[in-house]
Design a protein around this ligand. Structure first.
Ligand SMILES: NC(=O)C1=CN([C@@H]2O[C@H](COP(=O)(O)OP(=O)(O)OC[C@H]3O[C@@H](n4cnc5c(N)ncnc54)[C@H](OP(=O)(O)O)[C@@H]3O)[C@@H](O)[C@H]2O)C=CC1
Ligand SMILES: CC(C)(CO)C(=O)C(=O)O
Length: 298
């Protein structure tokens, strides 16, 4: 698949890394859709550095439909991306949603038909070092997972040959829940303590993390995820392989005083627990605390 047009909405840790990787690969026409002008993108990655200058649009006015849109805002900003999506999407446009959590298509509020949405589970760590300056850290062998269907395979083909890849994976529901499990511990615990993942190496934080995970695993199972008896410990063991010096997307928002993505993560677990009548007191407490942090921001 060569010569496609790709619009990336949201040039933060993930969108900035993706746009730079695609532009550096030089196979597709990349358009960056950002709220502020950007001269260039600099991407520091394990193999070196890319400096690229893809075109940037700061308003949807005058844009035309593209082959692919990659939506890379925080989950709570998806609705605000509707004006971009309305002009960038034609009848054949596919929209990859690179966000944490589950239920990616529903966040687009019907602006894009669900069958044209590719939910992407993002495993790599993308950190904004400055305006247009990103650092990509690989934390697992796979950068992103997408459903193993025609649209998912199309997105994987789009990224082939670039610095970030997408892997079509079976049993997407379980995959998405496994990633959500990582995010309901790593993100809130780093955000509330304002410490990078190093904080997860503490014994007391590990005990709290495992308690949060045990509750969420029960909810994930009720939602159809196939999670074995030792799922909580396995998730924690995986987290211990992540670089201690990496932050999380929520940690970055907490430091910058931005609203937190807590509803899409812990909020999703608590809401599903309510539907299934599963007690999740520790996650409920975490949700209340981080809602308060988030509401005090901006
Ligand atoms: N960072 C990471 O390591 C990981 C993040 N994720 C997930 O990926 C998603 C993106 O996270 P991340 O990249 O960290 O987030 P960032 O906050 O770094 O980036 C989000 C970007 O979206 C932009 N944005 C918001 N609304 C609009 C809009 N209406 N139009 C244009 N741009 C908009 C913001 O603009 P502005 O700069 O103006 O605020 C910002 O640049 C989240 O769901 C996150 O949980 C998943 C795995 C890892
Ligand atoms: C897995 C992790 C913690 C990697 O960056 C993430 O998903 C995030 O920061 O939101």
């Amino acid at each position: 698949m060569t010569g496609q047009s790709v619009a990336v909405i949201g040039l933060g840790g993930i969108g900035g890394s993706l746009a730079a990787a695609l532009q550096a690969a030089g196979r597709h026409a990349v358009l960056c859709c950002a709220r502020r002008p950007l001269d260039r993108l600099i991407l520091d990655h394990p193999e070196g550095r890319e400096e690229v200058s893809p075109p940037v649009a700061t308003t949807p006015e005058g844009l035309s439909p593209v082959d692919w849109v990659a939506l890379c805002t925080k989950a709570q900003d998806s609705a605000a991306a509707a004006p971009w999506l309305r002009v960038l999407c034609g009848p054949a446009t596919r929209v990859a949603v690179l966000q944490n959590g589950i239920g990616h298509a529903a966040r687009l509020g019907g602006v894009v038909p669900p069958e044209r949405v590719v939910p992407a589970i993002v495993y790599f760590n993308g950190e904004r070092l400055g305006d247009g300056h990103l650092r990509l850290r690989r934390v697992t062998e796979c950068d992103m997972a997408v459903p193993d269907d025609e649209a998912g395979r199309g997105f994987a083909a789009l990224l082939a040959g670039s610095l970030v890849g997408a892997h079509p994976a079976p049993d997407f529901v379980t995959r998405a829940w496994r990633k959500l499990l990582i995010n309901i511990v790593a993100n809130p615990l780093t955000a509330i303590t304002r410490q990078r993942q190093q904080v997860l190496r503490r014994d007391d934080i590990r005990a709290l993390g495992l308690a949060l995970l045990e509750e969420a695993v029960a909810v994930g199972r009720a939602e159809g995820a196939e999670l074995p008896g030792d799922a909580a410990r396995a998730v924690w063991a995986l987290l211990m392989t992540y670089p201690a010096e990496a932050g999380t997307s929520m940690y970055q928002d907490a430091l910058a005083g931005r609203p937190l993505e807590i509803e899409a993560l812990t909020g999703t677990v608590v809401a599903a627990a309510e539907r299934h009548g599963i007690p999740v007191p520790q996650n409920r407490a975490m949700l209340a605390l981080l809602r308060a942090v988030s509401d005090a921001a901006g």
